[in-house]
Write a new protein. Structure first.
Length: 308
């Protein structure tokens, strides 16, 4: 088996687990190439020969994984996501066993599920065009501001940096969002308007129910609150009802669609899978990329029975 491992050495708190995984994965006659991100290389360059390998392993945080999955879209290469970031929310949504030996066994078994990605396009207020893929959530408003404010403390505090950043901003900006979902228009007010390909966040809370990355749809999520303290209600509801099917999600409204545009009444920061983007944005457009990736899954994954 020929394996390509792409590793972001700046993700998370270390690389020891990845090398334990590598030792468990390799057998007699196998070939393994490790490439580290950096040196000015972009994701399309580092995976340009991906089809020459039997397996591609992506090791890094959620932003790293999203960028590489987008570069690998529709390449048909079996792809393993290895959790070595700060939060590893994408890996948690996938639901595989997290031990390096278990991940190696899943790779040797080779069971894959076809999964979706989101694709977002936007211009900054300075006019610069951008396009990016996302695997979990992307959007603008309060969530993006949290990502910006958490950057200085992520290496020392880990996931706690996000909570500290949220608490330090008790009065977020409120905006009016004009939302178009497959031709149907909505107007809502709130502090964030997100798109979700996966909806599970920390503590295994599903932001909205029944959001999966194999349904060919994106979820539009609007946080309809005016201050940070009002988020306590949906957080408590989430802790009591992680799936959201019993108590719902107070102050959170969602819609589903394949093609979505959102315009804000004021410029806001934007985040893609937890990475804050440069500049401010007043609108974005997005599409679902159905079945874009072939991801390694094991029997603990909710996607084990998905069509590969």
């Amino acid at each position: 088996m020929r394996t390509l491992i792409i590793h972001n050495v700046k993700s998370g708190f270390g690389s020891d687990a990845l090398f334990e995984f590598q030792r468990s994965l390799l057998g007699e006659g196998d070939t393994c190439v490790i490439r580290t991100l950096g040196g000015g290389q972009e994701a399309p360059q580092i995976i340009e020969d991906a089809k020459q390998f039997d397996l591609v392993v992506l090791s890094g945080g959620d932003g790293t994984v999203a960028g590489l999955l987008y570069a690998l879209r529709y390449r048909g290469v079996p792809t393993c996501v290895f959790p070595s970031g700060t939060a590893n929310l994408f890996f948690n949504n996938l639901g595989n066993a997290a031990e390096p030996l278990a991940i190696a066994r899943a790779c040797r078994a080779g069971r894959c599920a076809k999964t979706d990605l989101g694709e977002m396009r936007w211009h900054t207020t300075e006019g610069a065009p951008h396009t990016a893929g996302f695997s979990i959530m992307a959007g603008f408003g309060f969530d993006a501001q949290i990502m910006l404010d958490a950057v200085p403390a992520k290496q020392t505090l880990g996931e706690a940096a996000y909570f500290v950043a949220a608490l330090s901003n008790p009065q977020p900006n409120i905006a009016t969002f004009d939302i178009d979902v497959d031709g149907t228009h909505y107007q809502r007010q709130g502090i964030s308007c997100l798109l979700a390909n996966n909806a599970m966040i920390q503590a295994e809370i599903e932001v909205v129910p029944d959001c999966t990355m194999d349904d060919g749809m994106l979820n539009v999520v609007v946080l309809e609150v005016t201050q940070t303290a009002e988020l306590i209600v949906p957080i408590v509801a989430g802790l009591l009802d992680k799936s959201g099917k019993t108590y719902g999600r107070p102050t959170i409204e969602s819609f589903k669609g394949r093609h979505i545009t959102v315009t804000s009444s004021e410029p806001l920061p934007l985040q893609i899978d937890g990475d804050a983007m440069d500049g401010l944005v007043t609108s974005y457009e997005a599409d679902i990329l159905a079945g874009a990736n072939s991801l390694i899954v094991d029997k603990t994954s909710r996607y084990w029975h998905a069509r590969g």
